[in-house]
Design a protein around this ligand. Structure first.
Ligand SMILES: C[S@@+](CC[C@H](N)C(=O)[O-])C[C@H]1O[C@@H](n2cnc3c(N)ncnc32)[C@H](O)[C@@H]1O
Length: 258
């Protein structure tokens, strides 16, 4: 099967200046949402190059990463090795998580727009049911994406993703409802490298708050909340630039979760 992230894996990490440095609000969000009283078993679905694995590990949790892309997992393994972290990584489809993981995780995360690769409601329902299947009763699901109702409405053609002394990363976005193609333009202008590199990524569907609310209900999740930022400001469809959804598999929640 073709790996759409094969050409992307070695460039993806340019989103972050350092793989193990995180904005304070993100750290606080994951600390609070997972609870700090006990280690949790956390599955990061579509973990990509492993961006969030060191953060979840640093909070004291037992973390497993999984992704469909061998190239992204290969990069993740090298990233983790460089940090001296031995975190298990699995290749697979988040719509069909392994039967032996049934009920094994306190929390499942799926971060940074990964669900935008899921093409339709039936497929998203399969993904959410698959994630519910590996959660223990009361377990927590956390979804994040950098696209929002506001972006879907205003359709900005260009967005600035990074701009510093080394590189400027710009998105040029073709909106093709229900999805979008993100062309990523990396302009290197640091002392070590100059020039332009361009790559693209396809999002099959820009899922929004009401879609998730409907699909959470359909797939049996409860205690659903939506935030518009990592400081847990409530999601506002008019103004928010980010969409964070949390939901639970029905059951006793213990101390975990908001
Ligand atoms: C935008 S990247 C996000 C990576 C990572 N979560 C992060 O925060 O940097 C999307 C990832 O979703 C993965 N992906 C797409 N469809 C998937 C599927 N069905 N199962 C597992 N991973 C999938 C891709 O291979 C890619 O690594």
């Amino acid at each position: 099967m073709e790996d759409p992230y094969a050409a992307v894996a070695e460039r993806y990490d340019l989103f972050f200046e350092r793989l193990d440095a995180y904005p304070k609000a993100e750290v606080a969000f994951f600390r609070d949402v997972l609870g700090a009283d006990a280690p949790r078993r956390v599955l990061d679905c579509a973990c990509g190059t492993g961006r969030y694995l060191p953060l979840l590990h640093s909070l004291g949790h037992d973390v497993v990463g999984m992704d469909i892309s061998p190239a992204m997992l290969d990069r993740a393994r090298r990233n983790l090795d460089a940090l001296g972290l031995d975190i298990p990584l699995h290749q697979g489809d988040m719509a069909a998580l392994p039967a032996e993981w049934r009920g094994a995780f306190d929390a499942v995360t799926c971060l940074s727009s990964s669900l935008l690769h899921v093409p339709n409601e039936a497929a998203l329902a399969r993904v959410l049911r698959s994630m519910a299947g590996v959660l223990r009763p009361g377990g927590l699901l956390v979804l994040t994406q950098g696209t929002s109702d506001r972006q879907a409405r205003e359709k900005p053609r260009f967005l600035l993703a990074r701009d510093d002394a080394v590189v400027t990363r710009l998105f040029a976005i073709d909106y093709r409802p229900p999805g979008a193609t993100y062309h990523v333009l990396d302009v290197y202008h640091g002392p070590e490298r100059k020039g332009l590199e361009v790559w693209s990524t396809e999002y099959a569907r820009l899922w929004l708050r009401d879609d998730y609310a409907r699909l959470f209900e359909k797939t049996g999740y409860t205690d659903v909340a939506f935030y518009g930022a990592y400081d847990r400001a409530p999601y506002d469809a008019m103004t928010s630039h980010r969409l964070i959804g949390v939901a639970h598999r029905p059951g006793p929640r213990a101390a975990m979760g908001l």
